[in-house]
Design a protein around this ligand. Structure first.
Ligand code: MG
Length: 467
């Protein structure tokens, strides 16, 4: 099977993408499908908490005599809530499970005794009433000491603006663009899932802007898993038990094998290809790539994709079993006009919202000050990218050099102790597999594979990458 791509590259890497926690599961209108429950009932709150939902969503109206109550629709039976007194509602209307319409006061008193977070929807009132409604809602949450586990949502632009004036976390419920939400002063989107499916750039852009992403109302297994894998912040669902189970079953790590291999001195790449094929790595970081015409064949024999960046004399490349989501070549600092050096960075989506940057870099072999600056540049770049990173580097330097001290200060080492150069009887270590951060990229095993395929022996590590 012809399974390779040659590309000398590259698209822009998306900006900083800091991984946070897994999505919070939000029970939409409480866990209303539970036995004896109903939308926005006290029981739906207690049941949502009991099954391990992270948060409960509920809808709040203000009666004509300024009492805050929970209900989804404006109409409760024959009564229009904003035009009805609380006493009339209480005495004449029941939820389908027999409970009276809860007041916000009653609901929050129960919530205080639970651990569940609150997604507080303020419904759309007439303008002259809405400002008072927002004020009373925020005051009650604050009085009950629930501010640190409450976020607010609304369809009403005015209520959204009012919430902003109180400085509370507030999200908008209809599909504005990221830029429009920024202009509204919003803390983030809470959009129907089809909005995100139709606008696939929205989630990456909201993440880039640092805006938490909420999605409603996701109730099938397929779509719920989609949004777990898209790594949103809140999933609002009518099937919270299903969502909690899917989240628990979603892997929190991926195991991969990584090889670093400097091809300097290889007369042809046939022997190197045989070494790679025998080790069956998921990723290979290559340096010293001089025979670019042979690189495609190396990838084909290894059954991997290849991404390459040219250097002054030798190129760097990454081989992988997956196609990357993004790739970028970086020109490394070269203030003394030595031979130019490059790095290549490939971003991979490993599934289950686990992503990793795999990079290959070749440092200057002419100037140790330049090497130090290059080490600083590439390590800072990978740290700032906000993803777990593995860097295969031909450091061209000894373990006590400045470049290595920079590397060691910022990155952990995945490779073993042991010499790598010159093959076949090495006496120095100048080839490294490095990682960042050490709690997300964990070595399970590593070894140096004896080889005479080039002047360097390859370094191999079996690695766990954590969410
Ligand atoms: Mg709602």
């Amino acid at each position: 099977m012809k399974k390779f791509v040659f590309a000398a590259i590259i698209a822009l890497l998306a900006g900083v993408c800091v991984q946070a926690a897994r999505p919070k599961i939000v029970a939409h209108r409480g866990y209303w499908k539970a036995a004896g429950s109903a939308h926005n009932s006290i029981r739906s709150l207690v049941k949502a908490d009991s099954i391990g939902a992270d948060m409960v969503e509920f809808d709040v109206w203000m009666t004509s005599d300024d009492v805050l109550v929970l209900h989804h629709d404006a109409e409760a039976g024959p009564y229009v809530i904003p035009d009805t007194t609380y006493a009339v509602l209480r005495d004449n209307y029941r939820l389908p499970n027999g409970e009276p319409v809860p007041t916000l006061d009653e609901y929050l008193d129960v919530a205080k005794g639970l651990r569940i977070g609150l997604v507080f929807e303020i419904k759309w009132h007439r303008p002259e009433r809405e400002n008072l409604c927002v004020k009373k809602c925020v005051e009650m949450i604050n009085e009950k000491g629930l501010a640190d586990r409450t976020i607010y949502i609304t369809f009403s632009p005015n209520a959204h603006e009012q919430l902003g004036k109180y400085g509370v976390p507030h999200y908008f419920l209809t599909g504005k663009s990221p830029q429009e939400l920024v202009e509204m002063g919003s803390d983030g989107p809470d959009f129907h899932y089809e909005v995100y499916y139709k606008n696939t750039d929205f989630i990456p852009e909201f993440k880039r802007l640092g805006m938490p992403v909420n999605v409603w109302t996701v109730s099938t297994a397929d779509i719920t898993q989609d949004f777990i894998d898209l790594d949103v912040d809140y999933i609002t669902t009518d099937t919270p038990e299903l969502a909690v189970r899917l989240l628990r079953e979603t892997p929190d790590h991926k195991d991969v094998r990584v090889m670093d291999f400097n091809l300097e001195g290889a007369e042809s790449y046939d022997a190197a290809a045989a070494v790679i094929r025998a080790e069956h790595p998921d990723f290979v970081t290559l340096q010293g790539v001089r025979h670019t015409a042979e690189l495609n064949r190396l990838a084909e024999v290894s059954e991997m994709f290849v991404y390459y960046a040219a250097n002054g004399k030798d190129g760097v490349a990454v081989l992988s079993r997956l196609t990357p989501a993004e790739t970028r070549s970086l020109t490394l600092p070269n203030q003394f006009r030595n031979t130019p050096c490059k790095a290549i960075v490939c971003t991979y989506d490993l599934g289950s919202a686990i992503r990793v940057n795999i990079a290959s870099a070749s440092m200057s072999d002419e100037n140790d000050v330049t090497r130090g600056h290059q080490a600083e540049y590439i390590t800072r770049y990978l740290r700032d990218a906000g993803l777990p990173a593995i860097l295969g580097a031909g450091l061209n330097d000894e373990p006590e050099s400045k470049a290595w001290k920079v590397m060691r200060g910022r990155f952990g080492e995945l490779g073993p102790d042991g010499v790598t150069f010159p093959a076949p009887v090495p006496d120095r270590k100048i080839d490294y597999l490095l990682c960042y951060p050490s709690d997300k990229v964990v070595r399970r095993a590593s070894y140096i594979r004896p080889s005479a395929a080039s002047c360097h022996t390859p370094v191999i590590a079996d690695v766990t990458i954590r969410y």
